[in-house]
Design a protein around this ligand. Structure first.
Ligand code: 5GP
Length: 147
């Protein structure tokens, strides 16, 4: 799919927002949802998406929504880093299939990086659901805890 075209309300992230498909949620408010990637590139690979936007990519998103998304990414990344103690963290965002995008609802990747590990070597393909659930509970508790 190119950079241009219509938003498909049946894309998997739209289904997750509507509650029509499951996710391992770690944070949610009125504007954004953060959940674990099913095919993690590293331990703690998290996706953050705007809930009310029908933008497929960075070029389409409203500036205010982008600001809200960026602030949420920082909030979630801080918790992920504080809890998992990676040695680094990558933020990634892809636009159009040739740009690496596979799901056409704008999203940001938070990818913790560990000094002794490359990308994609944590899980071969789809992660173990039980492990994702344990991790989601662990991270979610950090948001639920009183400040
Ligand atoms: P993109 O390549 O579009 O930037 O990233 C899409 C991401 O969504 C990929 O990292 C992929 O592993 C992830 N993904 C695809 N389908 C699902 C799904 O059903 N649930 C979750 N949690 N992640 C998904």
């Amino acid at each position: 799919m190119s950079l241009y075209g219509d938003y498909d309300p049946q894309n998997i992230f739209a289904q997750i927002i509507r509650g029509d498909a499951p996710c391992f949620r770690i944070y949610e408010d009125d504007d954004v949802l953060a959940f674990l990637d099913l095919f993690p590139q590293s331990f703690g690979h998290t996706l953050v998406i705007p809930k009310r936007a029908t933008a497929r990519n960075l070029l389409e998103i409203e500036p205010d929504t982008l600001c809200t998304l960026a602030l949420a990414v920082q909030k979630v990344a801080r918790v992920v880093v504080d809890e998992l103690k990676p040695d680094g963290v990558q933020l990634m965002q892809f636009n159009g299939a040739p740009g690496g995008q596979t799901v056409f609802h704008i999203h940001m990747h938070i990818v913790p990086r560990y000094a002794d590990q490359g990308l994609g070597n944590h899980a071969q393909g789809k992660a173990d659901p039980a492990e994702l659930e344990r991790l989601a509970v662990r991270l979610r508790q950090r948001f639920d805890a009183p400040a």
